[in-house]
Write a protein that binds this ligand. Structure first.
Ligand code: SF4
Length: 407
């Protein structure tokens, strides 16, 4: 990577203005501002590819689903999750260090950007009446309350286990409980909102063998959280065997849903997530169409993981087709979870992810999909993706070239 000596001052000038400009303002951006936006986007995406060495106290997340083995922080104003506890991070050129007034990202002796780490949430110090620490029931991912409501999955421990997943790891380590009740989740989410400013709730679940694949229970939990807190809630589940289940989820007042295909490359999906491959990509589209009918455009999202050997053209095509029906493709680099079947995979490099971010972002803009549309969940938070840092460049830089092959 060639950051150049100018990145420090360039990013600093951007941090003082923050890139929240309208397309018209952006089109008129000065070269210095454009350079700063480019440098910051490069840094954000590179941090997610190469990780961060941490030399100061930082709230981190170990094991489980979601942003595992990661630090959570704001860099140049962008909320991001960054690998901090794996082999990739140990070799990273980037370090998080303390300054006189706060923290910053350094490469060697060069200061690159201001960083604001997530503080330990105050609700982590509370326990339920029956003695369960709140942090075993739900976590704070930056400003989102998050929980895996059922920490088991019918695919875990057999040939169907998704190779990137770590749902059983945090259970084995004692960092969570096997099943959270709606009442427990409501109690802890209320504390996360009151004490730590949570702005939404993201609830996921392992997949069950039932016709609903766990959707009904996670939706009941979501309903309880929403009733208790008023927060927007996303629930995540596999495509149910009967699409009517999606109507039941909607009838419980849930705001957004995540139904995650993970990859649009059928060969990769068959290798990394055999059970999802048997469900089939077309079944995801049928579930998404039903969900968009009930939740609205932009309120249905799917993870699309980069760096698993996927064909980038199939990936972009799949994202475009999803956008066409109102589904938000949440594109992220793989985050190898220690102990998972893909723990030794290296995240894809910046050039590869940025090209796909540009392709997908340009198509979202062309089709009028608002990147801020999701009310709740991973696609609302966006911290696991570098897409938000790239999006402004689509407005102030040249249009991306056609994607042909991974760099
Ligand atoms: S469906 Fe796959 S990703 Fe989801 S919990 Fe089960 S094993 Fe993990």
């Amino acid at each position: 990577m060639n950051m150049g000596r100018g990145i420090s001052s360039a990013v600093s000038s951007l941090e003082s203005t923050r890139i929240e400009s309208t397309p018209i303002e952006s089109a008129q951006a000065q070269p210095a501002e454009r350079d700063a936006a480019t440098s910051l986007a490069n840094l954000v995406v590179d941090l997610q590819a190469r990780g961060l060495r941490v030399e100061v106290p930082l709230e981190r997340r170990h094991g489980g689903a979601g942003p595992s083995d990661s630090g959570m922080l704001w860099v140049g104003g962008f909320p991001i999750t960054v690998p901090t506890d794996n082999a990739t991070a140990a070799d990273s050129p980037y370090a998080l260090k303390a300054e006189d007034d706060g923290y910053a990202i350094f490469e060697g002796s060069q200061r690159l950007a201001t960083a604001s780490p997530q503080q330990r949430p105050r609700f982590y110090d509370l326990t339920t009446a029956d003695g369960i620490p709140y942090w075993k029931i739900g976590l704070l991912h930056l400003d989102s309350f998050a929980s895996t409501v059922v920490q088991t999955c019918s695919y875990w421990g057999n040939d169907d286990q998704c190779k990137f997943c770590g749902i059983g790891i945090s259970l084995d380590s004692g960092r969570t409980i096997v099943k959270k009740s709606p009442e427990q989740l409501a109690e802890v989410a209320a504390a996360a909102k009151e004490l730590d400013g949570a702005v939404d709730a993201t609830l996921t679940t392992g997949s069950s063998n039932g016709i609903d694949r766990g959707a009904r229970y996670v939706a009941r939990c979501g309903h309880a959280v929403k009733e208790a807190t008023g927060l927007p809630v996303e629930v995540q589940f596999e495509p149910p065997r009967k699409l009517e289940v999606i109507d039941e989820v909607a009838d419980l007042g849930i705001d957004s849903v995540g139904i995650h295909v993970e990859s649009f490359d059928p060969a990769v999906l068959a290798y990394v997530a055999p059970a999802k491959a048997r469900t089939g990509i077309e079944a995801y589209f049928r579930a998404w169409e039903r969900a968009v009918d009930r939740f609205g455009e932009g309120q249905v999202s799917t993870y699309v993981i980069l760096g698993m050997g996927e064909d980038p053209e199939l990936t972009v095509q799949g994202c475009r087709r999803a956008i066409d029906i109102g589904v938000f493709p949440f594109v992220v680099p793989i985050r190898p979870v220690a102990g998972s079947l893909m723990e030794d995979v290296k995240p894809p490099d910046r050039a590869y992810t940025q090209r796909i971010y540009r392709q997908v972002g340009a198509y979202m803009a062309e089709r009028g999909m608002d990147s801020n549309a999701p009310k709740a969940g991973c696609a609302r938070c966006k911290a696991c993706s570098g897409q938000p840092s790239v999006q402004p460049l689509l407005q102030i830089g040249p249009r991306p070239v056609q994607l042909s092959h991974a760099s």
